[in-house]
Design a protein around this ligand. Sequence first.
Ligand code: ATP
Ligand code: LTN
Length: 334
Amino acid sequence: MRDGKKVLFSGMQATGNLTLGNYLGALKNWVSLSDEYECFYSVVDEHSITVRQDPSVLRQRARKLFALYIAAGLDPEKNCIYYQSHVSCHAELAWILNCFTYMGELQRMTQFKDKSSKHADNINAGLFTYPVLMAADILLYQTDVVPVGKDQLQHLELTRDIAQRFNAIYGDVFTIPEPYLGKAGAKIMSLQDPSKKMSKSDENENASIYLMDDPDTIMRKFKRAVTDSEASVRYREEQPGIRNLIDIYSACTGKTPEEIEKEFDGKGYGEFKPAVGEAVVSILKPLQDRCADLEKNKDYIDQAIKNNAEKAEYFAQKTLRKVQKKVGFPEKIR
Ligand code: ATP
Ligand code: LTN
């Protein structure tokens, strides 16, 4: 609790180009929660280097992501939007929490298994302890809720376990965070293989809608989306491709799957797919325009980067100091 509001924390990596999955599963919910909570939204650039990055591309993407948070509707005066690497407490707390996390726990993480099979030539220790840095992100701000997509629930469960373990030894140091899953869009699947999640690191460009795709590209990708031979717009287990398109349409329009089934009753995919494409364009186009305007406003973004890093640092330091004292580090002599 801070100023009578619960604390919310979330973050996104600046790796690759953001997809519709990132927007519907994460960013869109962040905006809808931002009035109700005291919010911290981080561009988690320290997480990004668990996979090799080109330094100048990473810097550019991180800045773009920062602008995108604002373009999506997060006011940087009301929400603390900042780069993780600007607040050194994250890395410091992560070290301490590493000493309260078991190898066996980290070995069970499905994201680690996925990423280490994708990057077999670079299975570094950072990739392995990635969830501990994520736990540090969350616990530093005494976070109550963490809005994430379903793929991150396992990491959040681990964060809770680490926090409970620490509290059991040292008393009530950390708030135990709860996940927050949005209703629609919690897991948007690949347009080319609906058994896989839509991911910004997918090699097949047609599998993902990127937030910066132009309207023609978006329409084309939806027309080519893999569906099935049933030809009816039904929200059923056996039709994962169509289910995914219904989820996307639902998240963009606010209509329920039942309403969508009714709307397209007796109509084929030839009508449904372009309708989904148009619904997505109508959401992404304004976002792209706002982003382009913001990027021209360098001073505004720089100021937001500076002010918010200071604010985040202030709160993070408070928790870090407490933790350092609990584990037995000597106080600094000032
Ligand atoms: P990568 O493909 O590089 O692993 P990613 O696309 O999964 O990345 P992240 O930066 O790991 O993206 O995720 C940012 C946020 O977006 C997280 O809260 C995550 O749960 C959410 N998210 C990512 N992909 C999807 C998806 N397909 N559907 C719903 N939410 C998603
Ligand atoms: N691991 C997350 C990104 C992330 C995050 C966080 C999300 C890093 N730290 C803290 C929520 C809270 C991901 O890959 N999507």
